[in-house]
Ligand binder design. Structure first.
Ligand code: PLP
Length: 365
């Protein structure tokens, strides 16, 4: 990424654009439709699917089970879309049964799209998107399926075609192993067909000029050139490894981290083992202790950044990220830092217990 900028209107630039756009779909197993890249964060990408496919005030269905699904709903409502919400406990996964029920009740087929966060980064929970699509099909409902894949895409298995996803979004700073600043958007043929007729006002995130310029290897406005250099290389790294291997690596690292949490005698925010995320683990501190203190000790004393408990989980949860450019040794160091921080904040754990439990999963026999 630390290269001289290339003139993005030059005849040399399309090579970079084409290299990226041709390979981006492979990350999510997308063979139909198109992929796009914007200079934006993940939150910007919440907006793009909505304004490009919907009429003003359109009705949506969303599931709230953590801070990011909450913010996604807020974004949809701020843009004027009427959003029905299925409320679930934080720590649960999206319920296909509840989605099916809500869609069956919508006999007039007013709901235009279902919004689901694939991996709820606030709680460390992964939802089954294939099961959500199956529920939508069982209900015989024509709504589109919009998926926030910010902390899943390029880390966890993502089957864009097979799960019948219409729009999926992510940002550069998670599975793509880059600094923040790029938003990626995957669009199905069904959603692309809506671009011409959708009447929502849109400008920056309008996919029509983006599509037009991309087809010639350019962007409508100045792209984040350094990040595109990085994305090109990230794609090479991910596709060399193979997406199935990337997912397996994340599963292996997550299994070790979960074993560590168990060895400390602590519980996860994820309410059931089968929904625990392979890209991060949210750990609940024992009653009477403050997770914010653990996080601050980790940061100040051990130079370790843990994720905070967000909103209603503030003070009760800290989060260990294990996605992207990490490996068993860097994670073993992180777990060691967590152990010292837990003990320093008065939480009684056995030093080395979590690291030891993880290493049993990570050693190559
Ligand atoms: N969605 C999820 C699941 C996230 O984890 C995040 C950020 O962590 C976002 C959306 C928002 O992304 P950004 O902070 O890049 O705007």
């Amino acid at each position: 990424m630390h290269r001289a900028q290339v003139d993005h209107r030059s005849s040399a630039f399309p090579e970079l654009t084409r290299s990226i756009l041709a390979r981006l779909p492979q990350v999510v197993n997308q063979t139909q439709g198109e992929a796009f890249v914007f200079p934006a964060s993940g939150s910007g990408m919440w907006e793009a699917p909505l304004v490009n496919t919907l009429d003003p005030g359109a009705r949506l269905l969303a599931v709230r089970f953590g801070q990011f699904s909450h913010l996604y709903i807020q974004a949809a409502r701020a843009l004027g879309y009427q959003t029905d919400v299925i409320e679930l406990p934080w720590g649960e996964a999206a319920s296909p049964e509840r989605i099916e029920e809500a869609l069956r009740n919508d006999t007039a087929h007013e709901i235009q799209a279902v919004l689901v966060v694939h991996n709820e980064t606030a709680t460390g929970v992964t939802s089954n998107i294939g099961a959500v699509r199956a529920a939508m099909n069982r209900a015989g409902h024509p709504a589109m399926l919009f998926v926030d894949g910010v902390s899943s895409i390029a880390s966890l298995d993502f089957q864009f075609d097979a799960w019948g996803v219409d729009m999926a979004i992510t940002g550069s700073q998670k599975g793509f192993m880059l600094p923040p600043g790029l938003g990626m958007l995957y669009v199905s043929p069904k959603a692309l067909a809506r671009l011409a007729d959708a009447r929502s006002p849109r400008s920056y995130f309008d996919l029509r000029p983006m599509r037009d310029q991309n087809s010639r290897g350019y962007f409508p406005s100045t792209p984040a050139i350094s990040l595109l250099f990085g994305l090109d290389e990230a794609l090479t790294m991910l596709l060399e490894e193979g997406m199935a291997n990337v997912a397996a690596r994340h599963r292996r690292l997550a299994t070790g981290v979960r074993a560590a949490v168990g060895a400390w005698g602590l519980s996860q925010c994820a309410l059931r083992p089968e929904i625990a995320s392979d890209s991060l683990t949210a750990v609940v501190v024992p009653a009477g202790h403050d997770a914010a203190r653990v996080i601050d000790i980790a940061f100040r004393q051990y130079d370790l950044s843990l994720g905070a408990g967000l909103s209603e989980l503030a003070g009760t949860v800290f989060r260990i990220g294990h996605l992207g450019d990490t490996n068993s040794l860097t994670l073993a160091g992180a777990l060691a830092g967590v152990e010292m921080s837990l003990l320093d904040s008065g939480i009684d754990i056995q030093l080395g217990s979590g690291v030891g439990a993880a290493l049993h999963h990570w050693r190559v026999a």
